[in-house]
Design a protein around this ligand. Structure first.
Ligand SMILES: Cc1cc2nc3c(=O)[nH]c(=O)nc-3n(C[C@H](O)[C@H](O)[C@H](O)COP(=O)(O)OP(=O)(O)OC[C@H]3O[C@@H](n4cnc5c(N)ncnc54)[C@H](O)[C@@H]3O)c2cc1C
Length: 393
């Protein structure tokens, strides 16, 4: 790869992964983030086989697998209806499965890898704009000029077009101690129509922790957020218990409203990841609701694609064009799938929930649907790794 100086705005999954991959290819990399101590927000997520492939490329896949919890099944019930039952082994007995991880664990492992690879990380720098290869910060200061500026500032990046509006539903999240009432290898959810949803995901342990943990989440509309925060916590717990009584040992660990963090979801994709001044990566390019559990995996794939394109092409414009082409098809497919699936799990629409329970769920159990759904969840529809690797072949 031609020796380049590269500024990465944003120290999240996309920025950190890209920093390690670019350093390994000889670039000089500086990451800027607004937080004094960069850290992840939220609870847990599923690393899919495609994301784990990229972590293996960075050299941290084995560490993440050792800390995380193997996820072999996604299972959800609405009353007596099984409405979600996706098993990775529908793709074959030895098909790779997901790994549930604490967001903090993924962040720490990627952060250490980026530092070890020689990336420079500058914290406490709020990016406001970019012009002529130079980032401008909110306090009026500027970064030096770089050959390339990468926007990895997430869903609300000031360098990217903002999402039109958050989706009506977000969720409350908490990382709690694991309790044995649940399947240790499954993401489990319970629904009432599409208006209520409670979920439990095994997420393994933190790098410095011994205890196994669970991500607990409860679907909540934006407009109901203030009412929930001002309301009676015990009354809310009774509502959750009515939907899924086995959550009692998890709810007992929640003492106050602040033990749960509200996450807003948004949906948008830029037509192109390239603007005149920078190239977009991860949620800064495309973001969705987390129903399909792909966001971090998409960010990892973007990082890998960009690093590979820059390695193969000396001309910057050619490399960036190749990056866009390698990722576009996969991203569009998943944006479409997320747009189609989200209302079935988070909306006020009773008809869509009825369709999900009575029509779609039985159909989803008939071949070849189980294998297609498993490939969708595993991040493999659209063959994203093939798209990245074949261009170098
Ligand atoms: C509740 C929830 C559950 C999810 N579950 C899953 C899942 O199961 N599987 C999955 O793959 N994905 C999941 N996702 C999505 C996933 O977390 C995101 O897609 C992923 O974190 C995107 O990474 P990123 O690096 O693009 O952005 P981010 O992780 O958002 O990182 C952006 C970084 O930029 C910094 N920053 C922002 N603005 C500025 C600024 N102006 N100046 C300087 N720094 C700034 C932030 O501090 C942050 O460090 C979930 C998301 C949410 C909210």
């Amino acid at each position: 790869m031609k020796h380049r100086t590269i500024a990465i705005a944003g120290c999240g999954v996309a920025g950190l992964a890209c920093a390690s991959l670019l350093r390994a290819r000889g670039a000089r990399v500086v990451i800027y983030d607004k937080l004094e101590t960069p850290k992840p927000i939220g609870s847990g997520l599923i690393l899919q086989p495609v994301g784990l492939y990229v972590l293996d490329e960075i050299g941290v896949g084995a560490r993440m697998r050792a800390m995380g919890a193997p996820i072999k099944r996604l299972f959800g019930k609405s009353g007596r209806h099984v409405v979600l039952d996706v098993r990775y082994d529908a793709l074959g007995a030895h098909a790779p499965h997901g790994i549930g991880v604490h967001r903090g664990a993924l962040f720490q492992v990627l952060y250490e890898a980026a530092l070890e690879a020689g990336a420079e990380i500058v914290s406490g720098r709020e990016v406001a704009s970019v012009s002529d290869g130079r980032l401008a910060f909110a306090d009026g200061a500027h970064a030096p000029r770089f050959d390339l500026v990468i926007d990895a500032l997430g869903a609300r990046s000031p360098l990217s077009r903002a999402p039109e509006a958050p989706l009506p539903y977000g969720a409350l999240w908490a990382s709690l101690d694991w309790t044995p009432e649940f399947d240790p290898h499954a993401l489990e959810q319970r629904y009432e129509a599409a208006r209520k949803m409670v979920g439990v995901l095994p997420i393994g342990r933190m790098p410095d922790g011994e205890r196994q943990q669970a991500a607990f989440f409860w679907s909540l509309k934006h407009v109901d957020r203030a009412g929930w925060a001002a309301g009676d916590l015990d009354a809310w717990k009774r509502e959750v218990l009515a939907l899924w009584p086995q959550t009692a040992p998890l709810l007992n660990q929640i003492m106050r409203h602040d033990d749960l963090v509200f996450a807003a979801y948004a949906h948008r994709t830029l037509r192109e990841p390239l603007s005149r001044e920078c190239v977009h990566l991860g949620d800064a390019w495309h973001c969705t609701s987390p129903q399909l559990g792909q966001g971090a995996n998409m960010a990892l794939l973007d990082a890998f694609a960009l690093a590979m394109a820059l390695e193969r092409q000396d001309d910057l414009a050619t490399a960036l064009g190749e990056y866009a082409r390698m990722r576009l098809w996969h991203i569009r497919l998943y944006q479409l799938a997320s747009w189609a699936f989200t209302p079935a799990y988070q909306s006020d629409d009773r008809f869509i929930a009825w369709l999900r329970d009575v029509i779609v769920s039985p159909l989803a159990r008939a071949p070849p649907a189980p294998a297609i759904l498993a490939a969708l969840v595993a991040g493999q529809i659209g063959a994203p790794l093939h798209a990245i690797n074949k261009r170098g072949a």
